[in-house]
Design a protein. Structure first.
Length: 155
């Protein structure tokens, strides 16, 4: 019929359908994703890519000059109990973070944040419970002030 389409079909690797599929009921019809399902799929792909990137960044930092310190922190975080926040503060005080760049400090803060949130949830507490201005700061707030002294958090 059309020489261009015939040529395109001849060089493509796709097979021509022998005959169209006839659907006799809704049950046989192919599933069609709705807009919400497509949006959820895209969000899940983005989260998966972000998690993959985070893991790669962590591996890169573990291979860097602060790798042994990050490993110590990860080991402590795995064994930490809900009322042992001072152990974390003691370990951080014993490590040298002054020469670590902002990316390393941010990664460590992120690891600590994730561990604290998981620990609180596992103990039946709300995931986040930052102190109000007149209250004593939480362990996370103290850690954040040590790892990110350039930020001021007055809320």
């Amino acid at each position: 019929m059309n020489a261009y389409l015939d040529f395109a079909d001849s060089i493509s690797n796709r097979k021509k359908p022998s005959h169209p599929k006839v659907v006799k009921s809704d049950r046989q019809a192919p599933m069609v994703r709705t807009g919400v399902e497509k949006a959820l799929d895209e969000r899940n792909k983005q989260v998966s890519r972000a998690n993959k990137w985070d893991r790669a960044e962590l591996e890169r930092m573990l291979d860097g000059p602060h790798g042994p310190q990050i490993r110590q922190i990860k080991t402590l975080l795995r064994s930490l109990r809900i009322n042992e926040g001072n152990r974390l503060l003691d370990l951080l005080a014993s490590l040298d973070w002054l020469n670590a760049n902002a990316d390393v400090r941010h990664m460590v803060l992120s690891l600590i944040d994730d561990a604290i949130v998981e620990l609180r949830i596992c103990n039946g507490l709300p995931p986040i419970d930052d102190a109000l201005p007149w209250e004593e700061p939480t362990i996370f707030q103290i850690v954040r002030s040590k790892l990110k002294p350039e930020e001021t958090h007055e809320s």
